[in-house]
Write a protein that binds this ligand. Structure first.
Ligand code: GYE
Length: 332
């Protein structure tokens, strides 16, 4: 009798496991991971990602997908290929599907009111991760989880002012900006600009977007090298653009890290390797591993609990020696 009961219970568990293993899983495009859990009343999270433009983004996506699985959250994931219209479409489809929570990393800062009001009317709470929006209406989302990008830009500027403290002539800087209109591009430009403004010898002689990609970073740096007679420093808003620019600098017969000093932001593995090799001189860290904190927030918001309006991630900075020490344990 007793054994029979146990046998039935075991069969039920095995059945459930088999069912859950049939769930779809996807790493790009749109799809649902941990699909089997959705039948069992798991929280459904619709996540609209920016794209796959950089090493940072790849690590961020992986962190979100893995931590959703660990937390037992049914994740619907979409990749907007760096286009706001795609993100808006994804959010609308999550509203239609009546997901429990929506989270997204806004590709640009403005133009979100309409779709976020639709989510609010449908009673679906929204969490912003990584990038913020510029709307004055703070009721459109429950929380922001990510970095202080102004501070990151300031740190890059502070390194530069120290590095060139004894320079007497002009220090000519070229800047590779992130995606036009995005929070990290706006804020990293501002933070850096504010710090270097204290000394007029620092001159930004050219500044253009490289869209956070290696290919565009290379292309724009090639143009800078042709149009500028003297470049002392490259400030890149992310490592990937710096890595593309390194190819352009080497292609022009110059030595990156020596002829042209380079400071960038992110501290992804390939950037850290270039720093250890002396091709980049300094990196300000931006942490992409937001998944576990996001899932925690999702659970709280789904349960109707109050959450902090802003949660900032902790970050450090790397010079060559620190990069060499950190590289073997670097997760991304
Ligand atoms: O620095 C860059 C990525 O929004 C913080 O986006 C993120 C930025 C990151 O493409 O590499």
């Amino acid at each position: 009798m007793f054994t029979k009961k146990w046998a039935a219970a075991t069969a039920a568990v095995v059945g459930a496991l088999l069912l859950s293993s049939c769930g779809t899983s996807s790493s790009g495009g749109s799809g649902s991971t941990n699909g089997g859990a959705s039948g069992g009343g798991a929280i459904t999270l619709g996540f609209a990602q920016v794209g796959a433009e950089s090493g940072w983004r790849t690590a961020n996506t992986k962190s979100i997908q893995e931590s959703a699985k660990t937390a037992g959250i049914d994740l619907k994931f979409s990749d907007a290929q760096q286009k706001q219209e795609n993100q808006i479409k994804a959010i609308r489809s999550y509203i239609q599907q009546k997901v429990k929570v929506i989270a997204f990393s806004p590709v640009v800062e403005s133009g979100w009111e309409t779709v976020l009001k639709e989510a609010k009317t449908a009673n679906i709470p929204v969490i912003l991760t990584d990038r913020a929006i510029d709307s004055p209406d703070k009721t459109l989302y429950k929380s922001f989880l990510g970095s202080d990008f102004v501070k990151e830009g300031q740190k890059a500027g502070q390194w530069l002012t120290k590095e060139f403290a004894s320079a007497t002539g002009d220090v000519n800087i070229v800047e590779l900006q992130g995606t036009t209109g995005s929070a990290p591009a706006n804020d990293r430009k501002k933070g850096f600009g504010d710090v270097i403004a204290a000394d007029p010898k620092f001159k930004v002689v050219a500044s253009q977007t490289g869209d956070f990609t290696r290919a565009k970073g290379k292309e724009v740096m090639e143009a800078f090298l042709k149009s500028q007679s003297k470049i002392d420093v490259l400030y890149a808003h992310n490592d990937d653009m710096a890595l593309g620019a390194i190819e352009a600098i080497e292609g022009a017969g110059k030595v990156p890290g020596k002829d042209i000093k380079i400071v960038s932001i992110d501290a992804v593995h390939d950037g850290m390797q270039a720093l250890a090799d002396g091709k980049i001189n300094y990196i300000v860290e931006c942490n992409p591993l937001l998944g576990p904190q996001l899932m925690d927030l999702v659970k709280k918001v789904a349960a109707g609990q109050e959450v902090p309006a802003r949660i900032e991630t902790e970050e450090t900075e790397f010079d060559q020696a620190k990069a060499k020490t950190a590289l073997p344990q670097r997760q991304y």
